[in-house]
Each structure stands twice: as C-alpha cells, then as structure tokens.
Design a protein around this ligand. Structure first.
Ligand code: FPP
Length: 238
C-alpha cells in the first residue's frame, strides 16, 4: 500500500440488518457478524501499513432504533473493547473515538476510556470509532468550543481559519479522509465526516458489511489508486 498517497480510509459499515434478514436471522445476528468483519478488516489494514482507519460504528440517528437493538449494539461494542484491549496493544494500534461519547452507556464509556488510554501514542495505526457520531453535530460542537474561547477572550473571531476550526473537531490530529468506502448498496454520506471527507474519493459497493472481506478492501484501494485526485486544480499536462 502506498502510504504517501493513502493515509486515511473511512468506512460506512452498512447492510448488517439486510444481510441478516435475507438469511432469516435477527438484526443483532447481522451486527454480530458485522463485528467479526471489523476484526478482520482492522487486522488487514494494520498488516497493509495503513496509518488511519475510521469506522462509522454508531450514528446519532441510530439512537432512535428499537431499544433492544441499541442495547445489543452497545453490548457488542463493550465486548469488542474488552477483547481488543490486549490485541490492539500488541499490534501497536491506538484507539480513538469521535462523536458525542457522553451519550454512551457508562460501561461502554468506561471501557472506551480504558482502551483509549492503554493504547495512546502507540503509533502503528490509529483506529477511530465514530460512536454517537454525526458530522453536523461534530461541527456544531467545534463551533461551540471556539465560541467559548472567543467569549473567554482567548481567541479573536478574525483569527478563526480552517486550521483552527479543524483543530477544534473531535477528529483533530487525524488527516482528512482519502477514501470513504460504503458497503450495503446505498450511495450517500449519511452525515459521516462532513468536514474531513471534503476531497475524499467515494467508493460504493453493494456488498453488505458482514461479507466485506480483506480482498474487497484491496479492491477498493486498487480503485482508489486508479483515481486522479486534483483537489480542485487542473490536471498537470504530461
Ligand atoms: C449498519 O447496518 C450498521 C450499524 C448501524 C452498526 C455497525 C456496527 C457493527 C459493524 C458492529 C459493531 C461494531 C463494533 C466496532 C464492534 P444496518 O443495521 O443499518 O443495516 P441495514 O441498512 O441493512 O438495516
């Protein structure tokens, strides 16, 4: 993998429910299979030398799902964090989270804090989980942080530029997304990384997330390397 030109891959893991329904299984069984796919893809990305992987694990909108599904997803998250603590450390993967973490149940929040602290600055790869996340909410909370600094007198409105704004986002310290992958056949961003995906290449596949394999990931990366990224400029003449 070319580390220079592909630093950050972000994935919208969609299609767990439909994958399960098509097999006569419960939606939670689909999420469980989805968590298994997460483990495989994280390992694969680390082995391939990727520096930043962000996974959309739970959106703010997902809180409105039936209570038993929300509870099941939070339990899966807790299980994942418990089991991954040692493994992430061993593979030098640092965990971080973006989103309104204060809304997570206490147990998930505590485990998250624990694993984030235990894996801080490991430097191999940063795995970011978007939890209770929406891009607009992240931007609004960043605006609030800046407004507070202005009110305290430590920041002047005219000094606010893109860099200062970016440094106030949850995802500060993670470079912009180069490639956004969405599984599960929908073709939209669904409030994911609205700021960070401004120039990302968008890759859509019909495959539901539980079936998304390391080979599928490599296909998306190969597609990405075939793209010409101009960032609004004109292509250089050959
Ligand atoms: C979308 O599928 C997926 C989610 C809402 C949750 C993603 C969660 C996981 C992959 C498992 C847990 C994650 C971790 C990090 C342990 P959907 O339910 O919207 O599918 P559908 O559109 O087919 O109904």
């Amino acid at each position: 993998m070319d580390k220079q030109s592909l630093r950050h891959v972000a994935i919208i893991m969609d299609g767990n429910g439909r994958w399960a329904q098509a097999r006569g299984l419960t939606r939670l069984a689909g999420h469980r299979q989805g968590a298994a796919a997460v483990r495989k893809i994280v390992t694969h990305c680390r082995e391939a030398g990727l520096r930043h992987l962000t996974l959309y694990a739970f959106s703010i909108e997902n809180w409105a799902r039936p209570a038993f599904e929300v509870k099941g997803l939070m339990e899966l998250l807790a299980e994942f964090l418990l089991e991954q603590e040692e493994r992430l450390g061993r593979h030098r993967i640092e965990l971080s989270a973006i989103g309104d973490i204060s809304r997570l149940p206490a147990r998930a929040r505590e485990l998250l804090d624990r694993v984030v602290n235990a894996t801080r600055s490991l430097g191999g790869m940063r795995l970011t989980l978007a939890l209770s996340y929406s891009g607009r909410d992240e931007i609004v909370r960043a605006a609030r942080r800046l407004a507070r600094r202005v009110a305290e007198g430590t920041l002047r409105p005219n000094d606010i530029d893109e860099q200062i704004f970016e440094d106030s986002l949850d995802a500060r310290g993670t470079p912009p997304a180069d490639l956004v992958i969405r599984t599960g056949s929908e073709r939209r961003l669904s409030n994911f990384l609205l700021w960070q995906a401004a120039y990302a290449e968008l890759y859509f596949t019909d495959q539901p997330w539980p079936e998304f394999s390391p080979e599928d990931f490599d296909r998306a990366v190969a597609w990405y390397h075939g793209r010409k990224r101009t960032f609004g400029l004109v292509e250089a003449m050959g």
